[in-house]
Design a protein around this ligand. Structure first.
Ligand code: SF4
Ligand code: SF4
Ligand code: SF4
Length: 307
């Protein structure tokens, strides 16, 4: 394949473009979800974002057992036995022939697109942005597709569109250096204060994530700290005071946003063939969320709100 001759021809893999979003930064936004994440949060509700390559989602309850997938699969991943469809992904070569013939149950998750194709779609929403809205890159970890992300952000700025990046922060600082000139606001995850627990629940410790956070702050980047609250994992006094400590140390922080746990993504694990997540946790009600916010506020004068 020849290399792209302009930044607008750079390709990336995305799994969704969501329009009219009101929770992914200021105003009304178009959120582009980039595929692939280098870490694994035990509570993640976007398992379809994990793999950097396109993959298959399978919704068992929508399968009508027509057998069309069996006929086209070159490596025999699909069978129908005793009236039940069995999808064994072990040998799947991701040719997506089965998706093309399936009337109802199979879906390709992920799409290779150019920067220009995404910007063209975003441009259609420009009328809704007014002063505050714009494009948000999310994922997955959008900064893991660094060149694509730079192309999108730079292109948006050239179109006079404001930019947000939602990031877990687990990428080399050289990526932040590349995107910094084109990002108006970072929505930066802060998941766990205890580095050992961070490794236990995400697969990596929080050293790099915190280093990057303080370095982008030092460079003048605007930041909203996004803190998921997962009962039994990080709803502790130690973490609440830790959030406040980080917030108090940042020079360019706008506010802290609390993101209460939910279980909307649980079904998706089975549809992606990953099995159900091991971690079981409750969903905090609005009173418990307010209590968490009050506990953080004991240690800081920074604004702390539910996202
Ligand atoms: S083609 Fe789709 S609906 Fe038909 S058996 Fe295969 S998965 Fe089920
Ligand atoms: S993507 Fe291709 S290899 Fe994989 S299950 Fe479908 S037809 Fe078979
Ligand atoms: S960083 Fe985000 S996308 Fe990646 S595993 Fe964690 S919650 Fe999921």
């Amino acid at each position: 394949m020849s290399s792209p001759s302009t930044e607008k021809e750079i390709r990336g893999n995305i799994f969704n473009i969501q329009r009219y979003c009101t929770h992914d930064g200021p105003g009304i936004r178009t959120t582009v979800f980039l595929k692939g994440c280098p870490i694994r949060c035990a509570w993640c509700h976007n398992p379809e974002s994990h793999d950097f390559k396109s993959e298959i989602g399978y919704n068992e309850s929508s399968c009508i057992k027509c057998g069309k997938c069996i006929a086209v699969c070159p490596v025999h991943c699909h069978t129908v036995m005793d009236g039940k469809h069995v999808f064994d992904r072990a040998n799947c070569i991701r040719c997506f022939k089965c998706v093309e013939v399936c009337p109802s149950a199979l879906e390709k998750i992920g799409k290779s697109v150019t920067v220009q194709e995404v910007l063209d779609e975003v441009a259609e929403d420009k009328i809704f942005y007014k002063d505050a809205g714009g494009i948000t890159l999310s994922g997955g970890e959008p900064l893991s597709q660094a060149e694509f992300a730079v192309g999108l952000l730079k292109g948006a700025k050239e179109m006079g569109i404001t930019t947000c990046v939602e990031t877990g922060g687990f990428v080399g600082y050289e990526v932040f250096e590349k995107v910094l000139p084109y990002v108006d606001l970072f929505l930066y995850d802060y998941k766990l204060t205890d580095s050992g627990l961070h490794k236990k629940y995400t697969g990596v410790d929080n050293t790099l994530i915190l280093e990057n956070l303080f370095r982008i702050d030092e460079s003048g980047a605007k930041i909203i700290l996004r803190c998921p609250i997962i009962p039994g994992v990080n709803d502790t006094e130690e973490h609440f005071s830790g959030i406040a400590r980080v917030a108090n140390s940042l020079k360019n922080l706008i506010k802290v946003e609390i993101e209460p746990a939910h279980t909307i993504g649980d079904m998706k694990y089975e549809q992606m063939g990953y099995g159900r997540p091991d971690l079981k946790y409750g969903v905090p009600d609005s009173e418990e969320v307010l209590l968490c916010i009050d506990k953080i506020k004991k240690y800081t004068s920074v604004t702390v709100k539910k996202s």
